[in-house]
Design a protein around this ligand. Structure first.
Ligand code: FMN
Length: 203
């Protein structure tokens, strides 16, 4: 019962924090814990098609804020995680995929064939990758809330500007989402959600 209550409390504690207290830094241990939750997240076909780029330097956070339509939670965050969805590395035959396939030992060939068929059926490889990144993002935010750390998911960014900031080759990766982490500067607003009956249907 306590575990359930604690988890629900964390879900209620988490909100899209619009401004962080700049004086409150998140420890390295807690930062690593949050990133570990991303790493352990599930992904379609187990491809882990993400990269977590951590920005913790004050000036770079400020530059990132400018690439996020000047949203102040980005610049005041203790750190930001830019989640990149892999695109180029998902092409059949890539070094990245070969490395992942090594895990499957004698089933490697079966897995490779299955993936190649699947790859050619997917119409939008970027959106597929971005969807996986959002799952990792949710786990990081909920896990952070569980230990009293605030966050804000940032989908409002200029992708080209973020890529320029990271000096990324444009077509190789897609910026999926940015998450700002820190401690709230103000109380959270009241949580607004549709009722259980409006969102759940027992068929
Ligand atoms: C994919 C995604 C992108 C979002 N982008 C932004 C954003 O750019 N800026 C922002 O302030 N909130 C952003 N949000 C937060 C939502 O606005 C927020 O979660 C929603 O209004 C519900 O509020 P709550 O999270 O505080 O309960 C985003 C949320 C998601 C899931």
């Amino acid at each position: 019962m306590t575990a359930k209550k604690n988890f629900l409390d964390a879900m209620k504690f988490r909100h899209a924090c619009k401004l962080f207290d700049k004086t409150k830094k998140i420890s390295k241990a807690n930062q690593n814990y949050i990133l570990e939750l991303g790493r352990l997240s599930p992904s379609s076909m187990g491809l882990e098609q993400w990269k977590f780029v951590v920005i913790e330097d004050k000036d770079t956070n400020q530059l990132l804020q400018e690439a996020c339509y000047n949203q102040p939670q980005v610049g005041t965050a203790s750190f930001n995680v830019i989640i990149l969805a892999k695109v180029e590395e998902l092409k059949p035959g890539s070094k990245y995929l070969e490395n992942i396939l090594q895990r499957y030992g004698i089933n490697k060939e079966k897995r490779r064939n299955r993936y190649e068929q699947f790859y050619h059926q997917i119409k939008d490889i970027k959106s597929w990758g971005v969807a996986q990144c959002h799952i990792a993002a949710a786990n990081m935010m909920t896990g952070a809330a569980f230990i009293g750390i605030d966050s804000c998911p940032i989908g409002g960014f200029d992708s080209d500007k973020v890529k320029r900031l990271l000096k990324l080759k444009l077509k190789y990766q897609e910026v999926a989402l940015i998450i700002s982490f820190g401690h709230r500067a103000k109380d959270a607003p009241k949580k607004m959600r549709l009722s259980f009956d409006e969102v759940v249907e027992f068929y």
